[in-house]
Ligand binder design. Structure first.
Ligand SMILES: *Cc1c(COP(=O)(O)O)cnc(C)c1O
Length: 493
């Protein structure tokens, strides 16, 4: 299967080339030229498989260059003992119509692990398929979660090195400690004196420096990125929608063939787009509910067809959803229109004016497939308290946004359809906000919050987050933003 650019001005490539490149040379995103279609027998067969085999069955439909055995080995390495639940993506029924799909049992306790544990292995296999002999060095600028998940994903993966830059004063103490104590022989973490934009601008200018690329080439290295627009991060996410549906059928939440709704806490639109692919493939998905926090640009877009990022930016207690430009939306616009010139026009408008209008026809198409909703920060916190009191279920701030949006929708419509809420982070990752939501008063700000939440609720904290304060700090250096390239050069000397 070939992959084409959403902007239509780049040549089609193979899956492995799409994974190596990340973004297409015309600035577009790679999408499969057709969406594979499955039948009822495919879903019934998945029902008897474990998560790894389910993921292989879905991935091999998209990655035809990879053999079944190759993908089986990759999935076994990606989804194993590094997850603290053998189900990998367990479904927790909350009542007769609702379940939480927990995507945070991996090594960094957030759903990014579902893709970043497997993507580095897909990338190294792709490099081999294309005869690349140099070592790839992944550069990441992070505001928190992605950096740690990428470090864990690439740590000690042969043929790779990874260097992460984070803003010195722009991440939480837990996030900083998670990165500073990172294990692995091929990793490096450096703070930048500046904010996230400085770190991101620094990384972009390193990528753009052709002379530096030549120097690194002479040393046997080249640079790449692992951000969420890479198809190698999107494809693995399709699998958990299939897995969740099978588990909902097993739990009696849906009858065989009956459709299930999914409610997704959304930022960059990657997670929910994977659900849309699953639906297009033939999985019985009813509605995809796109849940936003106070940064509700997507709610407005689904309602009006106008995407407008000219609005105040809100810092919320669900920071991974504090996003005004949802990059993966470009893939949906392309798939629904099949018209790269139209997509180019929308993206040019977004660059120039910060907005675009898809018009009534496309708006209706989008509304037929997505339901939008948002909730205020205070309401998400109240939802954490409600679920804990009523069901004894502890959820994080991002999951709470989705849970609340679903509850409001059901209230408005007066019907309760079978729905899986995607749970994207461990509540212990955002311990301060969760404690506050439970009415606890705390003076802590650091890793002690993890223990405090465990003590208050009696829920065990995930291993990777306990004892963070006692782990050895390996990376405590920082650089001025002008010195970032020098730091990369030293790392790859
Ligand atoms: C990244 C992230 C999201 C948003 O996912 P997108 O694919 O960007 O829409 C939601 N919750 C958490 C905890 C995340 O880390």
């Amino acid at each position: 299967m070939r992959y084409v650019s959403t902007r239509g001005a780049a040549a089609p490539v193979s899956a492995s080339q799409a994974i190596i490149r990340g973004i297409a040379p015309d600035g577009g995103l790679y999408v499969p030229e057709r969406i594979p279609v499955i039948d009822g027998a495919f879903i019934r067969a998945l029902g008897d498989m474990d998560y790894r085999s389910r993921s292989v069955a879905v991935l091999e439909l998209y990655l035809e260059e990879f053999s079944h055995d190759e993908l089986t080995a990759i999935a076994a390495a990606a989804y194993g003992e590094n997850f603290d639940d053998p189900a990998i993506a367990p479904l927790r029924p909350l009542d007769g119509e609702t379940a939480a799909l927990e995507l945070w049992h991996g090594p960094t306790c957030a759903f990014k692990d579902m893709a970043l544990q497997i993507m580095p292995r897909l990338l190294t296999a792709s490099l081999r398929k294309n005869g690349e002999e140099r070592t790839v060095c992944i550069l990441v600028a992070t505001s928190g979660d992605t950096g740690k998940a990428a470090l864990e994903g690439f740590r000690d993966v042969p043929g790779t090195r990874i260097m992460v830059f984070y803003p010195r004063d722009g991440v939480s103490q837990v996030q900083k400690l998670q990165m500073a104590t990172q294990q692995g022989g091929n990793v490096n973490v450096v703070a930048v004196a500046g904010n996230f934009d400085d770190a991101q601008a620094g990384v972009k200018s390193i990528f753009a420096d052709g002379d530096f690329a030549k120097v690194l080439d002479g040393r046997g290295y080249f640079l790449s990125s692992a951000n969420s627009i890479n198809w190698g991060r999107l494809a693995p996410q399709i699998a958990y929608y299939f897995s969740a549906y099978c588990d909902m059928a097993k739990a009696g939440l849906v009858k065989p063939g009956e459709s299930a709704d999914f409610c997704v806490p959304t930022g960059n639109f990657g997670d929910i787009l994977a659900g849309w692919y699953a639906k297009r493939m033939g999985l019985p998905v009813g509605r995809l509910i796109c849940a936003s926090n106070d940064n509700n640009v997507l709610t407005d877009f689904i309602a009006t067809g106008v995407y407008d990022k000219n609005r105040p930016f809100h810092l919320t207690s669900s920071p991974s959803m504090d996003i005004l430009v949802s990059s993966n939306l470009e893939r949906l616009l392309y798939c629904l229109t099949g018209d790269p010139a139209a997509v180019r026009g929308f993206m040019e408008n977004l660059n120039r004016e910060g907005r675009y209008d898809v018009g009534p026809a496309l708006r209706e198409q989008i509304r037929a497939e997505f339901t939008g909703g948002f909730c205020r920060d205070a309401d998400a916190k109240a939802e954490i308290g409600r679920l804990w009191r009523e069901k004894g279920y502890l959820m994080d701030t991002h999951t709470a946004v989705a849970s609340r949006v679903l509850a409001d929708l059901r209230q408005r419509e007066g019907v309760r359809r079978p729905t899986a809420v995607l749970s994207t982070a461990s509540p212990f990752k955002f311990g301060g906000a969760v404690l506050e939501a439970l009415g606890a008063v705390t003076s802590e700000t650091g890793p002690e919050l993890v223990e405090e939440l465990a003590a208050l609720t009696g829920v065990a904290a995930p291993k990777p987050l306990t004892g963070l304060g006692n782990k050895t700090v390996r990376f405590d250096g920082w650089v001025e933003k002008e010195a970032m390239e020098r730091a990369v050069s030293d790392f790859l000397s």
